[in-house]
Ligand binder design. Sequence first.
Ligand code: GDP
Ligand code: GDP
Length: 480
Amino acid sequence: MRPLTVAIIGRPNVGKSTLFNRLAGRRLAIVHDRPGVTRDRRFADGRLGDMPLRIVDTAGLEEAPADALETRMRQQTERALAEADVALMLIDARVGVTPMDAHFAQVLRESPTAVVLVANKCEGGAGEAGLYESFGLGLGDPVPLSAEHGEGLAALFEALLPHEAALHARLDVEREAGGHGPGGGADDADIAPGDLEARAAAGADDDAEAEPVDPGRPLNLAIVGRPNTGKSTLVNRLIGDDRLLTGPEAGVTRDAISVDWVHDGRPIRLVDTAGLRRKGRIHESLEKLSVADTLNAIRLAEVVVLMMDADMVMDRQDLTIARLVVDEGRALVLAVNKWDAAEDRQGTLKRLRDRLETSLAQVRGVPYVTVSALQGRNLDRLMNTVLATHAVWNQRISTGRLNRWLAGMTGEHPPPMGQHGRRIRLRYMTQAKARPPTFAVFCSRPEDLPESYSRYLVNGLRDAFGFEGVPVRLLLRKSE
Ligand code: GDP
Ligand code: GDP
């Protein structure tokens, strides 16, 4: 799949080069595709989150003939726009909207290229007035950003998502048209044996979206839970010694320490054990759960193990933590500890399943493992569950498969009538990102689509693609 091509547009000094460098990172690549003819045109491969980008550089004003600055800028801008799927129109929010910004906005409004308005230099709230002023440019809602400090990149990512999905839709259509002629079927099985080009393109699509877990990179794991459930005992068991509370790291970093070890050939990094360590040093109240500590650990982690005491499984505090994990989009694994001493094992499991169903219904199928940290029982199974859940959380589904699945789902249960008696149409779907799995659905009237229908889709995704037990997000996007 070719990446989304963006052009960074704006008057001098608003931060275009700074944003260019931030998106291009160190992978800046200068491509002269036709030397001599397009010497001043530069592309860089970049990335925002896990979205690959192709960035058209609008620099090179120096090399242009010495016309009036404005003419040169217009030429430069028009050329960049012609190459791009989306224009990122930058303003300096600290300065506010200038006449030259308004001039650029005018050019962009007349261009067929989609635009995302970006209010740069917004760090520390200094750009607030300029941010509000820029609504008046008629280019949609501005994204507040600080290119220099790297703030607001998540919002920029969100703003680019629908454009990426639209590009994928366009490429899918082009591919189908090229492979089958008008009205050709979308199914892989329809591809004639001789139609190698279509097949190669379909294969490339799946390859590009498959993102295997890199076995060399450590998996970030957090172990959280109420005091006294056995977290320190578990950690000490897992890493096989007691350096967690006494090791050299403990004194070095005050607020976050991490411990690395290898399980079954996979490096694991236990993040933010500060909460555990603190307990060892000072005798803070054992009853008190520090939500701030817990949240900190969750945010640093990919997979979170929630330790519970078998005799009081899934109490109110356990549920609070479980919800934090899900809300933060992390993968959750439940450990029911002290299984060796559990009074009523059957009753415990029944209670656990009931609570999961009634109080944590938004993540169906959360895995749980009964363990004894003290005796070291079932810890292999716990860690294997952590690895498996991590793989699911990382999983990517190709756009082709998703849309075939969507067609089946809407065929079986069509979306309801919206207002004015017109059926809501779900046109297209793509996985916007993994970690957690996030899907964008393009819909004729997203505001009318009932919550129950979104749930139907999310539960269907879990069943069809094995997203059991991890948070699955659905973004509804407007499409005509
Ligand atoms: P360009 O002419 O549009 O390419 O702008 P530059 O990227 O060269 O940036 C112009 C000036 O604005 C430089 O001094 C940058 O350091 C500064 N700048 C860029 N982004 C930010 C930002 O997010 N915040 C602040 N405060 N300054 C920025
Ligand atoms: P933390 O506050 O969550 O770090 O809990 P600790 O690891 O300090 O454990 C609290 C108490 O529970 C200690 O007395 C442990 O010995 C005990 N404990 C931990 N794991 C188990 C277990 O698997 N079985 C039993 N019977 N006791 C355990």
